[in-house]
Ligand binder design. Structure first.
Ligand code: ZN
Length: 236
């Protein structure tokens, strides 16, 4: 009897479960232990090629590599999103190899059927006073990004707002990019968040702390849930 009931309830769960399949978010912590100076086409069929991965920024005060910071924030974001019922796929979960490049990252998101391809980075500049958070999204280009443009732009807006609110760094706004390989190869909504500047002593010092990494993750989680039209309070 108990078994029969259990089987019956499982069957019901499975049937109704089809309509509540959790959304998938692909988190892409930028860079890796080593740069990748090979080149790849910036979009499908393009003769313009760019380096796969120049290596990323470095913390002027903390000494952290951008790859380490991006991963620390991504792992915290994964925990929050999973707690909120979102399935998370990571493009990398360690900082230990040569960067796979941006086509490969986009293909992970495409294969996962991601509701959002969320790329996590921090910035660098030759000007140490440059600071603030900004979010990039794909510019409209027929055949490459026309299928993801509107949703990417909407995602960029909500995630930028929540990250700024959570970190409290200056709001550098949104920027469209025609030249980002990882955007041009994406078939799912894609954005890239630059949390702050690792070349700015203040922002680097703060981003290296667990408190600010937690804040960054909370902003990314809240923005993602808002984009998915879910309650951001689930991020804690
Ligand atoms: Zn970067």
């Amino acid at each position: 009897m108990l078994v029969a009931l259990l089987v019956a309830s499982l069957a019901v769960t499975r049937v109704s479960g089809a309509s509540v399949t959790p959304p998938v978010v692909v988190l892409d912590p930028g860079h890796d232990l080593r740069a990748n100076l090979r080149t790849e086409p910036i979009g499908p069929g393009s003769s313009t090629r760019k380096i796969k991965d120049g290596g990323g920024a470095h913390g002027v005060v903390s000494g952290l590599s951008e790859a380490q910071l991006n991963l620390a924030v991504a792992l915290r974001t994964r925990t929050l999103l999973e707690r909120a019922g979102v399935r998370v796929v990571m493009t990398r979960a360690t900082t230990s190899g040569t960067s796979i490049g941006n086509i490969a990252r986009a293909q992970i998101a495409n294969r996962a059927g991601a509701a959002l391809f969320l790329r996590i980075h921090a910035d660098g500049s030759t000007d140490p006073s440059a600071r603030g958070s900004h979010t990039l999204y794909p510019a409209l280009r027929s055949g490459w990004t026309d299928d993801i443009y509107t949703q990417s732009k909407r995602a960029a807006g909500v995630v930028q707002r929540e990250v700024v609110r959570s970190l409290g760094f200056p709001d550098r706004g949104l920027q469209e990019r025609t030249d980002f390989t990882g955007f041009n190869w994406a078939d799912v909504p894609a954005i890239l968040v630059e949390l702050g500047y690792m070349t700015n002593p203040r922002e680097d010092r703060l981003l290296a702390t667990p408190t600010y990494q937690r804040r960054a993750a909370r902003g990314l989680c809240r923005g993602t849930l808002l984009f998915l039209r879910r309650a951001p309070s689930a991020c804690g």
